[in-house]
Ligand binder design. Structure first.
Ligand code: AMP
Ligand code: ZN
Length: 454
């Protein structure tokens, strides 16, 4: 079956063609590990995971790389402001490495909770300084760089097609105000290497052919993706916010250095919003996954919620909407848990499902097919077919929930069992009702009784 993916570069859904038969190289821009990842950030990795699982479903062998930004990401996109890592380290009185390790670990645990597959390669910016310097050197040798008082910059005017990804109006951008330009030649020029202003003041700084300093944020993704996937690879993912600056700059510096096309297909997920605006501290909706768990939402209910929307559209979040997804997810699992053994595959439903996910990862449609299938009493092959569908959705649809049964409910269940032994059916029924009011259902089995969530 053909897989169609929307390519930001061409603004079209295209038939996916791998560079090497049967294989896919895929790079996803990872987190800056200076703080907790919020559920908006995590959406980016649920999207990449669905993409990877779809490619695997289609029979490709995927090599997936995610980077960890642990240096050089400044608080302002204009190559100014403080380094986010250094700032947090100073605030918490820790080393930048301690900060990076701590927040990476939390991020890693969140991915596991969301059933996101680990990439084949994790790569940290601080562990690839040599590769970044080599790439900047190459750009310098080719005449794409210049020096200002605070660093080595990429001259965007020298790269034909700069801004092609974002369709930027370059002529409009070049006329930056003096004050915004600092010593830059063009407003869109960006730092490849920044000098340490006071040597020894920063925790993270390295020697380079240009002096003591640290890499700019964008160069790490070019250096590391090319190291692990080659100079030309298949798919690069990120959030839509990366289109105008980060990915635009990645393309410019990579293609300038190699003289060839960098990435075939650029894919971007849209924002998690709250009341129509990107989730943020001031506007709201900025939860961590752990905070959602504390409010009684299991991580996979959040994954289900994300899959109810198209990755290319913004999706509006609220606890009420999430509650709806949680109920739907639990209902779905409950229905599935009642299906008996059946070794066959339902080709008709599986085909519909494949058509949906291969149409630019249409997860809302894929879920609709799944729902129709589970409700279709005449449809056969439920177990095996749903297993296949779940290899893409990653919702652990067959995993039994570990339900915490409150002590009080357990006591009521025992009382009911005694009432039954005494053949006091009226009392037993009353107790069943009481248990029901607590949100649980009691089932009588050969072995005695069992409690299910009602
Ligand atoms: P950062 O750590 O800020 O570099 O962000 C990590 C990833 O999360 C990037 O790919 C961003 O595009 C993405 N991202 C940030 N905020 C949101 C949001 N509200 N919704 C969806 N993705 C987001
Ligand atoms: Zn990146």
């Amino acid at each position: 079956m053909v897989l169609k993916l929307y390519n930001t570069l061409t603004r079209k859904k295209e038939v996916f063609k791998p560079i090497k038969k049967g294989q896919v190289g895929m790079y996803s821009c990872g987190p800056t590990v200076y703080w907790y990842q919020h559920i908006g950030n995590l959406k980016a990795y649920i999207f990449a995971d669905i993409l990877k699982r779809t490619l695997e479903f289609d029979g490709y062998k995927v090599k997936h790389v995610i980077n960890i930004t642990d240096v050089g990401h400044l608080t302002s996109d204009a190559d100014e402001g403080e380094d986010k890592m250094e700032k947090e380290a100073a605030k918490e009185g820790k080393t930048a490495k301690e900060i990076a390790d701590y927040y990476f670990k939390l991020f890693f645990e969140d991915l596991k909770k969301l059933n996101i597959k680990e990439p084949d390669t994790w790569c940290k910016a601080t562990e690839h300084i040599k590769e970044q310097i080599a790439l900047i050197k190459k750009l310098e040798d080719k005449g794409y760089t210049y020096r200002t008082e605070d660093g080595i910059y990429f001259d965007t005017a020298k790269f034909k097609d700069y801004g092609k990804l974002a369709r930027l109006n370059i002529s409009g951008l070049k006329a930056g105000k003096r004050i915004e330009m600092k010593n830059k030649k063009n407003k869109t020029d960006f730092a490849l290497w920044k000098f340490s202003d006071v040597p020894g003041k920063r925790q993270q700084e390295w020697d380079s052919p240009w002096g003591l300093g640290f890499p700019g944020w964008h160069i790490e993704c070019s250096a590391m993706s090319m190291k692990y996937l080659g100079e030309h690879f298949d798919i690069h993912t990120g959030g839509v916010d990366h289109i105008p600056i980060h990915h635009t700059n990645e393309i410019a510096q990579s293609e300038a250095a190699t003289g060839k096309k960098f990435v075939n297909c650029w894919m971007h997920e849209n924002f998690l919003t709250f009341k129509g605006e990107k989730v943020s501290k001031s506007k709201g909706g900025l939860f961590t996954l752990t905070e959602l768990q504390e409010k009684g939402f299991e991580p996979l209910a959040y994954r289900y919620f994300i899959l109810t929307g198209s990755y290319r559209q913004p999706i509006d979040f609220s606890l009420e909407i999430l509650e709806g997804s949680k109920n739907a997810y639990e209902r779905l699992k409950n229905i599935i848990s009642d299906f008996g053994d059946d070794e066959s595959i339902n080709k008709e439903y599986l085909k519909k499902f494949e058509e949906a996910i291969n149409d630019d990862l249409n997860t809302p449609e894929a879920l609709a097919v799944l729902w129709k299938f589970v409700r279709d009493k005449d449809a056969e092959g439920k177990i095996k077919t749903i297993e296949k569908m779940d290899s893409v959705l990653g919702l652990k649809l067959f995993e039994k929930e570990k339900i915490e049964i409150p002590e009080e409910v357990k006591k009521l269940a025992e009382e009911r069992e005694n009432a039954r032994k005494e053949k006091n059916w009226k009392k037993a029924d009353e107790l069943r009702e009481k248990i029901k009011k607590q949100g649980f259902e009691i089932l009588d089995t050969k072995e005695g009784w069992e409690i299910k969530k009602g």
